[in-house]
Design a protein around this ligand. Structure first.
Ligand code: FBP
Length: 676
């Protein structure tokens, strides 16, 4: 069948390899021009790997006399950690092919279902047959993955023992920021055993980016990002085509990215949806007027820093209302999964409510949740606090302003914010339906705007004629836009005739049999007015787990296969505590340069579970960078709040071979080439 031939073609695709991997031998070359600002705690915790340099990989005609022979027989273990990302199987294929070419007796073991596989000594040998069955395919199906962490001394000891039992020379950890952090600690722990640990930057979220202290970009992007973004973009562009055909829905697309909005931004740039929200921008917003007002009163208005939920919902409403005025009661909104984390007000609520609950529990024999079992009880309690503060002019954690803002939240979200925290006292953002929270507010506000006559479909007497004069909309498209708001078959006719006088309209309708002459003719103007009250209908979509399992693009196939080759080069040449990377991803393939980046110097201190911990920093969307600036400059155009066509773009389907239009992530190309 055609499906199976497409599959076998994909399985048979051999990604090109970087020039250096064509050399008979390879060696590492210290790249002294790159350096890092090292955190003292990283030096203290990771003494044996902290001074690792960036290693370049160079070709040689002879084996490197200084290094261990690169064709020695090796036992290598590999594990996937965290969410799947397209290209993982090619990392394995790259390691396997390079390993096998160097020494046919080397062996590769895959730990099953993530780091638990190491702890439970659950593994399988990865044979050529296995590798061939998964080349260029998405997901992490071959060996599975999992989210557990090797983060206690006991687990570390167990992992070490199992690696020693398997007689491993090296362990490869394919994961995100936390997993690469873990890789550094394991490299330190296993240092004296001679077990090398190499990390590989993975996550569709695209939030692993590494620059040295001079801002030189060493690793531009984790693998999987490009494919997931393309898969999402392809689907979202399908929704653009849908809504502009049926002209009756606003499609609300929540796009993955636990924290960073890279995926939403990339989808925005690829598809040009009408509205795209970016969490980092929402957090960065500053309301100068409010700050000044508070300053004059000698107070601080925390809601002036970063947008409030209400503010975000107003922005969305603004776009919807403007499009409706142009007769477009449909569109596509993209919002990042992690949006709520960037809303300062929500963070403040969480801190305040944590304090209120903790204080209550400390000063009472009973417990907050049992004393105020229902949401109403809890809201009453908060209201009392606010009232007390106002009436007695005293300072309390909860004031009237908090109460006002809190009361506009939908009850399920209020409830979420007031429920018991997890064992670390953390609020679980991932459990909250971001799109539901925001769109709930949007719908409420639209209702008000409709009542005020602000939100209406752009039809009025004579509108149709005027638009047509301007060479505007195709009458059929416009007519269809009205049908769904009008519910009667004569919608289109009525509007068409609304360009004429009421008398003529009545006559025409009677003549054309739309209305029964014997009956009282409804007031057409009223009807038209009614037709102009838009029905705001939405469909919600989540992208999504589908993208994590999608078959990789050419970019990710090639990137990951070369990452696998890089991993083997680092292992063969004796490196440990390094992360495999490819520099110059934004450029042509011929410029791609494999590297080993030391992980330990990248660590900094962050609060985790209430304590400071050494971790790899997540990279968020830089709103000063070219990609965001381009997006922001195009925002108004892509809203397309004018009669006339929308600006939707159709990125083609995912390809694994040949040049395609967006052969690499747009954000990456804009950011790097745009900076030069
Ligand atoms: P990783 O950082 O582990 O690659 O996972 C990223 C991600 O796909 C996020 O985009 C998303 O928020 C999360 O995983 C979902 O995780 P889960 O599999 O636990 O539902």
């Amino acid at each position: 069948s055609s499906a199976s031939s497409a599959l076998s073609e994909r399985l048979g695709f051999i990604p090109p390899v970087c020039e250096v991997f064509k050399s008979p031998f390879i060696r590492l070359e210290t790249e002294n021009r790159y350096g890092f600002q090292i955190h003292p705690s990283a030096r203290e915790s990771l003494p044996d790997i902290i001074d690792n340099p960036v290693e370049g990989i160079v070709g040689a005609d002879q084996p490197d006399p200084a290094a261990k022979p690169s064709d020695r027989r090796l036992n290598i273990g590999i594990v996937f950690s965290g969410g799947p990302a397209p290209g993982g199987h090619n990392v394995i294929a790259g390691v396997f092919d390079a390993m096998f070419a160097a020494n046919e007796n080397s062996r590769l073991f895959g730990f099953l279902l993530g780091p638990d596989g190491i702890l439970e000594n659950n593994y399988m040998e990865i044979t050529r047959e296995k590798v061939d069955a998964y080349r260029n395919l998405g997901g992490f199906t071959m060996i599975g993955t999992g989210r557990s962490k090797i983060d206690t001394p006991d687990k570390m000891a167990l992992a070490r023992q199992h690696c020693l039992d398997l007689n491993l020379d090296a362990l490869v950890i394919v994961g995100g920021d936390d997993s690469n952090t873990n890789a550094a600690f394991m490299a330190q722990e296993f240092f004296n055993d001679g077990i090398q640990v190499i990390g590989v930057p993975k996550t569709i979220d695209g939030d692993i980016q590494v620059r040295d202290k001079n801002s030189e970009l060493l690793c531009a992007m984790s693998f999987g990002f490009h494919t997931a973004a393309r898969a999402f973009a392809h689907n979202v562009s399908g929704l653009c085509a849908d809504c502009s055909s049926d002209v009756k829905y606003w499609h609300i697309c929540k796009v993955m990215g636990r924290v960073a909005s890279h995926l939403a931004l990339e989808v925005g740039l690829q598809v040009h949806p009408n509205i795209t929200l970016i969490g980092e921008e929402v957090a960065d917003f500053i309301d100068e007027e409010r700050i000044e007002k508070a300053r004059e009163q000698g107070t601080v208005d925390y809601t002036a820093y970063g947008m409030t939920l209400r503010h975000v919902s107003r922005l969305i409403c603004d776009g919807i209302v403007k499009r409706a005025a142009a007769g477009k009661n449909y569109g596509v909104i993209v919002m990042p999964e992690g949006l709520l984390e960037f809303i300062n007000e929500i963070q403040v609520f969480i801190i305040k409510l944590n304090t209120i609950i903790a204080d209550y529990n400390q000063t009472h024999d009973t417990d907050f949740h049992s004393d105020f079992p229902t949401l109403d009880d809890k809201l009453d309690h908060l209201r009392r606090m606010a009232r007390m503060a106002r009436e007695n002019h005293i300072f309390t954690v909860w004031n009237t302003r908090d109460d006002d803002l809190f009361n506009v939240l939908p009850p399920f979200f209020q409830e979420g914010l007031l429920t018991e925290r997890d064992s670390h006292g953390n609020f679980q953002f991932s459990q909250v339906e971001t799109d539901k929270v925001i769109m709930g507010l949007v719908k409420d506000y639209l209702k008000t705007l409709a009542e005020q006559g602000v939100y209406k479909i752009g039809i009025e007497r004579g509108w149709y004629a005027r638009t047509m004069e301007k060479g505007g909309l195709d009458p059929k498209t416009y007519g269809r836009a009205l049908f769904q708001n009008f519910d009667t078959d004569d919608a289109f006719l009525l509007v068409k005739k609304s360009a004429v006088s009421v008398k003529t309209l009545k006559q025409t309708l009677a003549r054309e049999g739309v209305l029964d002459e014997s009956k009282d003719i409804p007031k057409p103007i009223d009807k038209i007015y009614k037709a102009s009250m838009p029905k705001f209908k939405t469909q919600n979509h989540f992208y999504g787990y589908d993208g994590r399992g999608n078959d990789p693009t050419w970019f990710d196939c090639t990137y990951t296969y070369n990452l696998g080759r890089t991993v083997f080069a680092l292992i063969a040449c004796g490196a440990t505590g390094q992360m495999a990377a490819i520099k110059n991803l934004e450029k042509d393939f011929s410029d791609w340069t494999p590297l080993g980046i030391p992980i330990a110097p990248l660590m900094h201190l962050e609060e985790r579970k209430g304590k400071l911990a050494l971790v790899l920093e997540k990279s968020l969307v830089d709103i000063e960078a070219p990609a965001f600036r381009v997006f922001s400059a195009m925002r108004e155009k892509w809203l397309a709040a004018e009669p006339g066509p929308d600006c939707y773009r159709r990125p083609g389907p995912i390809r694994y071979s040949g040049e395609s239009e967006d052969s690499r992530p747009i954000t990456l190309v804009l950011n790097e080439l745009g900076r030069q």
